[in-house]
Design a protein around this ligand. Sequence first.
Ligand code: ADP
Ligand code: ADP
Length: 233
Amino acid sequence: MSLIEARALSRVYDLDSGRVTALDRVSLDIEAGDLVAVMGPSGSGKSTFMNLIGCLDRPTGGHYRLDGVAVETLGSDGLAELRNRKLGFVFQQFNLLPRVDACANVELPMVYAGADRKTRRQRALAALGRVGLAERAHHRPMQLSGGQQQRVAIARALVNEPRLLLADEPTGALDSRTALEILALFQDLNREGVTVVLVTHDAEVARHARRVIRFRDGRLLSDQRQEAADART
Ligand code: ADP
Ligand code: ADP
């Protein structure tokens, strides 16, 4: 059983101006432990695909299993629960709360999960340690560099111990040196067993993945395995 099983997955939008097929019968598996880059031009369906596998949206056709769970059998509470338990999300613009410190930002997913205050604090500090930011726990986002802010966001994504990390252009707002540091972190987490799927426009970034999937016009255009370049060398 693969961690992700997509079968003829489609997403059609019905607009006043007509129908848009954002994703067109995409079938693929992603195995636990993989590090996958998703590429393709703007409008090719990358975000739609990520939203579907992230259980943020529902397909209009086809089937999707996440870690053996048939997602179409779940109601919206079940979907939210699955998301909280199995997935972590990372974004281009970090999406941190500006008025609270790094630790409080990382605690947020556990607030939703209902953990008590002491547990939240301990686990947030451990997650910040895991991304190399133990010393910055009480800084606010503004007091951190872009790369450090993205590390906080990654710690937040990791704090509920997800099986799968979904990252939409995670290095898009960073200079190339900082981007490499973030990729090295993803590679470390991947070696520790976290499955990573990241969207990128940047071929330099995609070199660091084990597998590269390309979309065009909502279809799967290519799917290649490669020797991942080490981001630390
Ligand atoms: P990408 O992430 O590769 O840029 P998207 O998945 O965002 O591509 O978009 C794929 C296609 O679906 C585009 O034609 C886009 O305009 C359309 N689309 C995406 N989201 C919506 C939406 N919420 N409503 C209508 N059309 C959408
Ligand atoms: P990306 O950076 O992946 O190219 P987009 O700009 O295509 O992102 O889309 C950003 C968000 O807007 C996505 O969540 C997508 O679902 C939504 N979206 C994209 N195209 C449309 C559209 N034509 N109508 C409504 N929403 C859209």
